[in-house]
Design a protein around this ligand. Structure first.
Ligand SMILES: [Zn+2]
Length: 360
């Protein structure tokens, strides 16, 4: 399922073979929370070099619900995306609800943010849901703790996440869905080690590093990601949840991580923030109103080869919906192109130079 093609330092160039296609790694997954990467069609995702899309179990469970997706023939048919899909377990969303959820050893009961109705997630029913909708990669239900937190709380999250990983792994595999476990443990190396070794015992198809980007500093996140990646089995894919800036992605690749997801590129795009080779820029900047140059002159995406900064600036100022669409497309293309360059340079043995250029 996962082939390690090349390594340069800790950075890895791999190939993930999934039920709906191949993912060349390192790879960035755009977030399609509600079975749509906001503002982009499946053919635009493909043109923007997306290989795999992430969708959210929590949101799809509540709306449109399992019956609707099953009646459509699964999530791929429903959203008309034929490529691989990873679904998260809903753990992160449910734990963000705080006062609206109740945790016990068997699972978590929560009130929907849409209508207040009660729902219950267990390790088994979230894996079954992800299998039924046809996800290529299903994530285990885990317990995510916002940082900083008392050690006792993080210990409990590790204990429950490990127990839930064992229960998730016991659910019979269906439709080729691959189960990934999630390492927790906050910033504590011993707890991360415990969590990683509990999961490695299960010999799962892949492993994610969870519980980061939840309140810690960037330097703490990098240190923990680097340390945790080194605890994971070499021959299995590694996924760092929730990172999407250039600096975070380049650092994470350098730590030996293979998969990433974040709303960052598309959210920035919708809000007029462009990720470019010259750094991030705000399309509302007054200097762009008569600027006839492309958004990013080093980018060959259709936004940059067709439109000027002046026109994009006008679209955003006039609140025309094409503006957010064009910037979302560019940002996703930009990030996916960075991934492509990373893959090529790891293979060529020039990753150190690429890393230095992208993150001086
Ligand atoms: Zn572009």
């Amino acid at each position: 399922m996962f082939e390690l093609i090349a390594r340069h330092g800790k950075a890895r160039r791999g190939r993930l073979t999934l039920a709906h296609g191949i993912v060349e790694t390192p790879s960035f997954m755009p977030v399609g929370t509600a079975a749509t990467v906001k503002a982009l069609t499946p053919s635009e995702l493909h043109d923007a070099r997306a290989q795999i899309v992430l969708a959210n179990t929590y949101h799809l469970w509540l709306r449109p619900g399992l019956e609707t997706i099953e009646a459509a023939g699964g999530l791929h048919a429903f959203m008309a995306w034929g490529g691989p899909i990873l679904t998260d377990s809903g753990g992160f969303q449910v734990f963000s609800l705080e006062s609206r959820r109740k945790l016990d050893d068997d699972g978590v009961t929560f009130a929907s943010h849409l209508d207040g109705n009660q729902h219950r997630f267990t390790p088994e029913n979230v894996v079954a849901f992800q299998q039924k909708i046809g996800s290529d990669i299903a994530m285990q239900l885990d317990v995510c703790v916002k940082l900083p937190a008392p050690r006792e709380e993080i210990e409990n999250a590790v204990r429950l996440s490990s127990a839930w990983a064992r229960r998730s792994a016991a659910v019979p595999v269906q439709r080729g869905t691959k189960l990934f476990g999630i390492v927790q443990g906050g910033l504590d190396p011993a707890l991360r080690e415990q969590s990683a070794s509990d999961l490695a015992e299960l010999d799962l198809p892949g492993y994610a590093i969870g519980g980061l980007s939840v309140g810690e500093t960037r330097e703490e996140m990098y240190a923990t990601a680097r340390r945790t990646a080194a605890m994971l089995p070499l021959e299995k894919p590694r996924y760092l949840m929730g990172v999407g800036t250039v600096r975070d992605l380049v650092t994470a690749i350098d730590c030996g991580i293979d998969l990433f997801d974040s709303v960052y590129p598309t959210r920035c795009g919708r809000n007029g923030r462009a990720m470019t080779h010259a750094g991030e820029l705000n399309i509302f900047n007054a200097s762009f109103t008569r600027d006839a140059s492309p958004l990013d002159d080093a980018c060959d995406c259709s936004t940059c080869t067709t439109f000027t900064r002046a026109y994009l600036s006008h679209l955003f100022r006039a609140k025309e919906m094409l503006g957010p669409r064009l910037l979302s497309y560019h940002n996703l293309y930009f990030v996916n192109t960075l991934m492509r360059e990373a893959r090529a340079s790891i293979e060529a043995g020039t990753w150190a130079a690429t890393r230095a250029r992208e993150r001086p």
